[in-house]
Write a new protein. Sequence first.
Length: 278
Amino acid sequence: MLIDWFTVGAQALNFVILVWLLKRFLYKPILNAVDAREKRIAAELADADAKRAEAQKQHDEFQHKNEEFNQQRAALLSEATGEAKAERQRLLDDARKAADALRAKLGEALRSDANNLNHAICRRTQQEVFAIARKALTDLAATALEERMSEVFIRRLRTMDGKAKDGLGEALRTASQAALVRSAYDLPAPQRAAIQKALNETFSTEVHVRFETAPDLISGIELTTNGQKIAWSISDYLVSLEKGVGELLKEKDNPEAKAQGTPEPNAAPQAVAKAASK
C-alpha cells in the first residue's frame, strides 16, 4: 500500500492547526474560566472562614460579656440584699431604741407623778398636823402653863453662851429704844418683874423694857432689841420639827439619796425626834 505523504502531511498540519485553534479559542478560555471560578470559590471560602471566625469571636465576646453581666448582676443583687438587711436591722434598732426611750420616759413620768403626789400628800399631812398641833397648844395654854414658860425663858436668858450674851448686851446698850418683850398672853406684874430683874442681873445694867402681847406666839416669850432676839416658845419646837420633817422629805425626793438605798424604817422617827430636841 502506498502512503501519500502529502496527504499525511496535510492531515498532520490540519491536526496541529486544529489543536492550536482548540487551545487558543476553547481550552484556554475554559481553563481561565475554571481558574477564575476556583479562585472565586477559594476567595469565597476564605471570606466565609473569616466571617465564621469573626462570628465565633463575636459569639465568644458576647458569651464573656454575658457572664460578666451575670456576675455583676449577682454582685449587685447580693449588695442590695445586704444593704436592705442592714437598713431593716437599723430601722428595727431605731424603733426598739425609740420604744425603750418612750417606755423609760413614761416610766419616769409615772414615777415623777407618783413622787409628786406622795410629796403633796406628805406636805399636806405635815401642814395639817402642825396646824392641829398649834391649834391644840393654843387652846390648852393656861395661866399655870404660861407662868412655867416665863420661868423657862428666864432660865434660858441666864444660861446664854458668851457670844450670844455679848451680842445681845451690845444691842441693849446701843439700842435707841426700849427692848421689846412679846408674849402670847398679858404677863402679870410678878412675871414682868422677874424678867426685868433677870435682864438687869444678866447684863449688869438697868435695861429698859416694854411688854407687848402677840397672839401669834404659841405659848412663848421673845425679847428683841436692835436686830437681836432671844426667844423660847413651843412654836420654836414646832418650826424646828417642821423643818426637820421638810428636810427628811427633801432627802427622800433627792435622786442621790434614792441611789444610796431605801432609808431604814426608823429614820423618820429619828429625824423628827432630832428636830424636836433642837
